[in-house]
Design a protein around this ligand. Structure first.
Ligand code: FPP
Length: 242
C-alpha cells in the first residue's frame, strides 16, 4: 500500500468506513468483546479529527448494521449505550467544529430515547458547513433501496411523478444520503474484503481499500495510508485508460 499522501493529488471528498475488528482486538487481549467496542469509539474520534485535518468533506461510518441485531442482547445494549455516550459527550465539540451530523438507517427499531437524541443532534448541527458526518445505525443497503422504491411507488400512485421520470439522479434523491456526493473511498479494517450491505448504491464507483488493522488500532497514520492508496489509483469510471 502507498504510504505517503501526495499534497498535489486530491483527497477523497467522501470517505466511508466499515469499522471492523473490535471483537478480535478484544479477544486477542483476553478481554470481553465490549472492551473492543469501547476502544472502537475512541477510534471514531480519531477518524473524525483525521478527516477534518486532511480536508475530507464527508465521512460516513457503519456503526450498527441491520444484521447486528443477531448479536447477544448484552452486546447490542452496550453498542447502543456507546452511541448515546458518543452523542452526549461529543455533540458540543462537534457542533463548535462546524460538523454536520446525520444518521442513516431505519429508526423504527431504535429505542425512543436514541431516536430523540439523534434527532436533536441533527437539528442542532443542520446548518453547519464543515465535515458532514453520517452515522449508519440499524442500516442496511438493500433495506435503504427498498424503502426508496416504496417512496417512489407511492409518489407514482399519488400521481406526483410518472415512471419515465425516474432516473439515477431522481432515485438517489430518495436515498438517505441525499445531498451527499457518493463516497470516493471505502475503507474496511480487519482484513475482511466485503461490503456487508453498506451503501450498495452509493459505492458503485468507490475505490475499495481493505486494510489488516483492527478498528481499535486505527490511527491518523492508518487514515493517511488509505488516502495515499486511493491517490495512487487510476479512477476511470468505465472509460478506457489513456
Ligand atoms: C465491528 O466489529 C464493529 C461493530 C459492529 C460496531 C462498530 C461500533 C463502534 C466502532 C463503536 C461505537 C460507534 C460510535 C459511532 C460511537 P466486530 O465486533 O464485528 O469485530 P469482529 O469482526 O472482530 O468480531
Amino acid at each position: 500500500m502507498s504510504e505517503l499522501i501526495q499534497n498535489a493529488a486530491p483527497v477523497p471528498r467522501h470517505v466511508a468506513i466499515i469499522m471492523d475488528g473490535n471483537g478480535r482486538w478484544a479477544e486477542a487481549r483476553g478481554l470481553r468483546r465490549i472492551a473492543g467496542h469501547r476502544r472502537g469509539a475512541d477510534a471514531v474520534r480519531t477518524a473524525v479529527r483525521g478527516c477534518q485535518d486532511l480536508g475530507v468533506r464527508c465521512l460516513t461510518i457503519y456503526a450498527f448494521s441491520s444484521e447486528n441485531w443477531k448479536r447477544p442482547a448484552v452486546e447490542i445494549e452496550y453498542l447502543m449505550g456507546l452511541l448515546r455516550l458518543y452523542i452526549e459527550s461529543e455533540i458540543e465539540e462537534l457542533h463548535s467544529a462546524n460538523v454536520k451530523l446525520r444518521f442513516i438507517g431505519n429508526r423504527t427499531q431504535l429505542q425512543d430515547d436514541i431516536v430523540a437524541l439523534i434527532g436533536q443532534a441533527e437539528a442542532l448541527t443542520i446548518k453547519n458547513t464543515g465535515l458532514a458526518l453520517s452515522v449508519a445505525m440499524n442500516y442496511g443497503g438493500r433495506d435503504e433501496i427498498v424503502r426508496a422504491c416504496q417512496r417512489i411507488a407511492t409518489k407514482v400512485e399519488l400521481g406526483e411523478m410518472t415512471p419515465v421520470e425516474l432516473n439515477e439522479d431522481r432515485f438517489a434523491e430518495e436515498l438517505e444520503t441525499f445531498g451527499l456526493p457518493d463516497p470516493d473511498l471505502l475503507i474496511r479494517t480487519s482484513g475482511e474484503q466485503r461490503l456487508s450491505n453498506f451503501l450498495l448504491w452509493q459505492l458503485a464507483y468507490a475505490e475499495l481499500v481493505f486494510i489488516d488493522t483492527l478498528w481499535p488500532d486505527f490511527t491518523l497514520d492508518t487514515l493517511r495510508g488509505a488516502i495515499a492508496e486511493y491517490q495512487s489509483r487510476d479512477r476511470r469510471y468505465g472509460a478506457s485508460s489513456a
